[in-house]
Design a protein around this ligand. Structure first.
Ligand SMILES: Nc1ncnc2c1ncn2[C@@H]1O[C@H](COP(=O)(O)OP(=O)(O)OP(=O)(O)O)[C@@H](O)[C@H]1O
Ligand SMILES: [Mg+2]
Length: 299
């Protein structure tokens, strides 16, 4: 059996209020049409997508504090994402939750990120994994030795960027060390502004919403462009992280770059058509089955 992917990053419990007629303002109350409680965070959405497309995945995070941790563990388990390496929140931790309010096609978020994103990272926990995916650059900034430890244990490493209000120039060395860097177009533009080139990592994959994605190597000129068929967005949450799961599942099998981009685009498109970042695992199977022109390869 092939080895699994370890997905490290902040893990949230999302409280999602839907059908909100307007956003609340100070001194007013708004009644939502519905509410649901879901696991959230980029590492989880990538892990759930990997599992949905047939690549074993495990989460590496500190769980949100009680009572939210139990809900999150149940959801990860239902998506076939292992929680064996997750640890409990420390005593008196604030619950790490996001309140999301869906109003028309847009959403407002209120988030409490508390303490460390991940438990201490030990080489002896890595033997069953072939790859480490880091859900956001901020988690790598908090744990700058992650990439070296993973590489020394024979794992390849990928990194999503995640939005930050400002990026420090020092992140250039962190990005340069990973095997695959997966920012979106807006994040790449912000990094370029502080002098970090688009192809800083060995392989960079740039996501661009309904325009699809492109991939380029540091040492080879040019980009592989893969447009996609725009779909109507029901909920944009987690499109980029689902894209990562699709891309990595193919890249780890050694599939051609264009095929990996096609599967990734299909996973991103499937996610924007479902409510919640991780969506329904069955939703991934349909667009993937329809993709034309995919090359056959050994799984
Ligand atoms: N409207 C759409 N139609 C078709 N595919 C889409 C659409 N929106 C997103 N995608 C797919 O999802 C991928 C990722 O979307 P996007 O570029 O918005 O990532 P992102 O900004 O990182 O998302 P996130 O909000 O998860 O951080 C795109 O490259 C594309 O493949
Ligand atoms: Mg993103």
């Amino acid at each position: 059996m092939s080895k699994a992917v370890l997905c490290a990053g902040r893990l949230y419990c999302d409280l999602i209020f839907t059908d909100t007629p307007r956003l609340p303002t100070l001194g007013t109350e708004v009644f939502a049409g519905g509410v649901s409680m879901r696991a959230g965070g980029g590492a989880f959405i990538t892990a759930a997508t990997l599992a949905a497309v047939g690549t074993r995945a495990a989460q590496f995070s500190i769980l949100p504090a009680a009572p939210f941790g139990a809900t999150v563990v149940a959801e990860l388990t239902s998506h076939n994402v292992s929680t064996r390496l997750c640890t409990q929140a420390p005593p008196f931790a604030d619950p790490q939750i996001t309140v999301a309010m869906t109003c028309g096609k847009d959403r407002a978020f209120l988030t409490r990120a508390f303490g460390a994103a991940i438990p201490p990272f030990e080489p002896n926990m890595l033997s069953e994994f072939s790859h480490l995916h880091i859900g956001e650059l901020s988690t790598l900034e908090e744990n700058p030795t992650l990439v070296d430890i993973a590489h020394s244990c024979g794992l390849t490493v990928s990194l999503d960027c995640g939005w930050q209000d400002s990026f420090r120039p020092e992140v250039r060395d962190l990005i340069a060390a990973v095997d695959v860097f997966l920012p979106n177009q807006r994040e790449v533009a912000a990094l370029l502004e502080i002098g970090i080139p688009e192809t800083c990592a060995e392989l960079t994959v740039i996501k661009n919403g309904e325009d699809g994605a492109r991939a380029g190597y540091r040492t080879e000129p040019g980009w592989v462009n893969e447009p996609t068929k725009p779909v109507t967005v029901l909920d944009a949450t987690g499109a980029g992280d689902a894209f990562n799961g699709g891309f990595l599942s193919e890249w780890l099998k050694g599939s051609p770059l264009r095929d990996a981009l096609r599967v990734a685009n299909a996973c991103g498109a499937a996610t924007v058509q479902t409510i919640g970042g991780a969506g329904d695992p069955a939703a991934f199977a349909k667009p993937l089955a329809k993709e034309p022109g995919m090359q056959e390869h050994e799984g």
